[in-house]
Ligand binder design. Structure first.
Ligand code: ZN
Length: 214
């Protein structure tokens, strides 16, 4: 399948986790797929040799909530891989025709049967090596009638000193919670953004304050 690209180009993009597996053309059904740089493009894509359809793969958005109730937040213990048995904030992949807020609210309902009112966007994390962007929203629980959804083993409300810090599922969740409790002490929640990079999940942060309108 990769015979159409030069080895150098292939290795450069493979190292960055850009390639992905495609077996058949979803347009014409041909198995003759080529990993090559299409005319006028600047990077390799899967291209059908039969009908010339180009397959573009772009990053996925994960949207979620930090559901707040007094000095606690709602966490879910994952019942699914990856990171089965580890704790997370309710979050998941956006569906087509959704807004990011709709996705965050839906994931909170699906994973914790919890209803929220979204306050504001709070963290944006780029994860280039998995081609994901996390967008986490601050939100208020509207009631305490929550329970584990199909993708959760359990869920509950946790104060900062009760958070299972060593058993969080993903670096994005760890850093979102760290920022949240830090900012909560000051009563100010600027938009926090950063990049989670490399195999060791090194984090690089940029702090973006809201624009001040005179
Ligand atoms: Zn085709």
């Amino acid at each position: 399948m990769f015979g159409c690209a030069s080895a150098a180009i292939f290795m450069q993009f493979e190292a960055r986790g850009v390639s992905f597996s495609v077996n058949f053309c979803s347009h014409c059904g041909s198995a003759e797929l080529c990993w090559t740089v299409p005319p006028g493009d600047n990077r390799p894509r899967h291209v059908c040799s039969a009908c010339k359809t180009v397959f573009y793969a772009n990053p996925k958005i994960v949207a979620g909530c930090i559901p707040q109730w007094n000095d606690t937040v709602l966490l879910c213990k994952r019942a699914i891989e990856p990171r089965h048995g580890y704790w997370t904030l309710p979050a998941g992949f956006m569906e087509k025709a959704e807004t990011t807020i709709e996705a965050a609210v839906r994931e909170t309902l699906e994973e914790a049967n919890a209803r929220v009112e979204v306050v504001d966007l709070y963290t944006v994390f780029n994860i280039p090596h998995t081609s994901q962007v996390y967008m986490m929203f601050r939100a208020k629980l509207t009631d305490l009638d929550f329970s584990p959804g199909a993708e959760s083993l359990e869920c509950g409300l946790y104060r900062e000193d009760q958070i299972p810090w060593g058993e969080l599922a993903f670096p994005t969740i760890l850093h979102t919670l760290k920022f949240y409790f830090e900012d909560r002490k000051r009563g100010d929640f600027p938009l926090r953004s950063g990049d989670i990079v490399g195999d060791r999940n090194r984090a690089i942060f940029a702090l973006r304050r809201r624009a001040v309108i005179p």
